[in-house]
Ligand binder design. Sequence first.
Ligand SMILES: Cc1ncc(COP(=O)(O)O)c(C=O)c1O
Length: 386
Amino acid sequence: MKKSTTLVNAGKAEAREFIDTINPPLHRASTVLFDSYADMLKANKGEFEGVEYGTCGLAAQNAFEAAMVELEGAHGCKAYQSGIAAIAMVLMAYTKQGDHILICDNVYGPTRHFCDGFLSKYGVETDYFPSDSGADIAGYIRENTKLLFLESPGSNTFEIQDIAAVSEICRSKGVVSVIDNTWATPLYFNPFEHGVDVSIQSCTKYITGHSDILLGTVSTNEQSWAALEKCSGIFEAFAAQEDCYQALRGLRTLKVRLKAHEESAFEIAKWLENHEMVESVIHPALESHPQHDLWKQYFKGASGLFAFTLKDEYEDMDHSPFVDNLELFGLGYSWGGYKSLITGGKFRRTNPFGYEGKTIFRLNIGLEDVEDLKADLAQGLERLKG
Ligand SMILES: Cc1ncc(COP(=O)(O)O)c(C=O)c1O
């Protein structure tokens, strides 16, 4: 055999040998070899049961998706390259020209951009409903409403929808109910137990947990699976298997990490509530949160993301001396990772709790020592004083 042929084939037999490891193998593959011509002919007709191409999902993707199915009690799960890619897939899978969809007003900004900037081009009309809606949602549903999108708590202003009440009405009217469940993770809220059809997770946040991966999943109940599978198949959408591998690894430690995020965030939230410069702390697990009872009704815990506003005397000023001088809080988007982060700005047009026009500082509480984090915020806030 000539060297050029050896270059192409060497090591292949060994690569196909099975070794039993705890974690799934990482394949690098576009082409997947068929065992026989008969299998290829089946694949040509769409009848092959096995994996026929890299986009179908290899060991790590399959293992991660299967783990999410089990964790969420879903019928099926599909991973995508990011949370927003997962959201976009859902919005395309369940809609067509002439449909109307309903989105909660506190939704993650790029979800709104996708509806207004993309779906609108294809004749899908979007309306936004108040972020604290419940059974009153019936008044927003039209003849042609096909999908309703929840996000609870919203990731900037933390309003909660009455999820079971909304999903029950959706079911009675043939509307697919969807939730972005990133804040709670499948550990602290199970959408399917409350009648939701489709659950989205940005695994970029707590599931991977290290601010180094972009990944999203969509899990559905049995009834909603076929449409998602079909749309994903048309796009041949998939997530990188290294990312799925890391996400699977993240699941193994999610419970302990989330507990640590939860405890530190709650402690800092309570401390901020008593801080002389703070007007309100927006954290659903605090009794002062306007929907605290609803939160208790639905959620088994709180994650590490919450927000606060400052008293009026500190509102109309340049907040750079506070934010720029924080030593432990990074200034950047996203959340759910081990490092504490801060964002700030006037995010929302409407808000049921009166935060409109207020600067909202959002904190992702990481895994640093909680006293160090408090001290950092304290010294930063002090710099806003004249
Ligand atoms: C609530 C929520 N959903 C979805 C996303 C999108 O996730 P990704 O960054 O993986 O696209 C984000 C990102 O910040 C988010 O906050």
